[in-house]
Ligand binder design. Sequence first.
Ligand code: PLP
Ligand code: COI
Length: 340
Amino acid sequence: MKQPEIDWSNLSFSYLKTDFNVRCTYKDGKWGEIEVSDSEYIPLHIAASCLHYGQEAFEGLKAFRGKDGKVRVFRMEENARRFIRSAEGLKMQPMPEEIFCEMVRKVVKLNERFIPPYGTGASLYIRPLEIGISPRVGVSPASEYLVIMLVTPVGPYFKEGFKPTKVCISREYDRVAPKGTGSIKAGGNYGASLVAGEKAHELGYSVMLYLDPKEKKYIDECGAANFFGIKGNSYVTPASESILPSITNKSLRQLAKDMGMTVEERHVPLEELASFEEIAACGTAAVCSPVSEIDDLDTGDKYIISATGEAGPVTTALYNKIRAIQYGEEPDTHGWCEVI
Ligand code: PLP
Ligand code: COI
């Protein structure tokens, strides 16, 4: 197997062409066979419901080359279940968990030479997506669906890596509506976040930290990632209807408990930011990305979380622990990884 010429240790979070993607179509009331393609394109009807009415949802998970040379995929059943919930939330046909997992195994195996070597800090990002492909001009759900899984080798989501970044708050922007699609992974949520995200970048921040869209009193999402704060022996993370239930956050909550910490899932009032010793964004792409400062663009308030500009000890310990499990350096006591 010829290794591609890639500078694995300096990968960013972006698309690199790999060898194959896998596809599966729902048609005539059933899912077809898993197909393998080497094309980066899809033939699509010009009136497809995904193009006109946003019938699109996606997922994100990773495969890691371990210390022992084995390939581990992290918690794919959780992604399969969330993919089902996302499909249901957009009136799309949900893909059964078994087919989802089979597609993940297949696409990873087929692109094995693109799984970054152990020790480079990189991983293979797996991106499943589902689209409605039937032509629709009236607003109604498609009857045919296509699921595609592509992979691409990635490095850290933020160019700073594990170095803390500054984020900002603005009441001018909502990511989602209070009873909207925030808790599912609809592509439309991300389209709707681009103006706010670019505004944050223009002003020198890594992301926009969103307040809850109903009352604008509580912390919601941190860009395309969940928020957590550390206070004494507590791991605090927002309970909210409008955030995506992050699988990374779920895992970190478990690891925090394993470390003897208390886990609080509750509303996090904006004012409480001042009392956290550490704050980070967490997600598949972000892993744990520490936050050094939060600037409220409307009030001028500044919350300095890390005066030294370094990640705090608890965030560092959680980051090291989850990475060690993913790379097979420590026992996977919760059964989170599948070796494929
Ligand atoms: N929140 C949003 C809006 C996201 O896009 C993601 C990424 O998937 C997350 C949170 C983190 O979720 P997970 O840890 O399951 O990747
Ligand atoms: C992820 O963490 O997998 C995400 O989906 C975040 C972003 C790349 C959309």
